[in-house]
Design a protein. Sequence first.
Length: 215
Amino acid sequence: MLKDIKGIIFDLDGTILDSSWVWDKVDIKFLGDRGFEVPDDYVEAISPMGAEKAAVYTIERFGLYNEKPEELVREWFDMAKVEYRDKVVCKPDAKRFIKKMYSQGKKLVIATSSDRELFIPTLEREGLLDYFNDIVTVNEVERGKGFPDIYIEAARRIDFPVRQCVVFEDIITAIKGAKSGGFQVVAVEDEKSAYYSEEIREIADLYISSYQQLL
């Protein structure tokens, strides 16, 4: 599948980075402080959005109308940034796979709902930042990851047509978004998407539980 591919578009959280546990802690603490438990569908709902839109969604869903979106984002980031800076690492064999693809001359680009403030220190510490030709966040495109906008923009930045690119993603909403843009998709297993694993297997072109399968 990857032999004729020239561009690889990577999601970060749950795909390259083993970071789901950070957001589990953030969600439990944030909502718990306000008297709520984390709903089963909450992570799947906000993951494709980006922080600002996720904050608006959270305020509306839980009736937190006395709070401002920018205040929620800052609270989330303040809880998460130390973990990203010091503790978040790559998923097993992800680093080896990225370096192998780079050595084969493929262009690599990140397409993420996360924020540079969080993930740049992680990528620098993990020694991966220089392997990527570009980084696109959902704040730089019109719509979230339920749509193909971010993947189309990522392909544009590395100057390859959709048919020569593949997207690596972990959540079902993002996988559907990439597929709707005509991309081939490799689904990467992650605990936060376990509930949707059967549907993900049906939609994705390839499903991997480990990057070792591609080495």
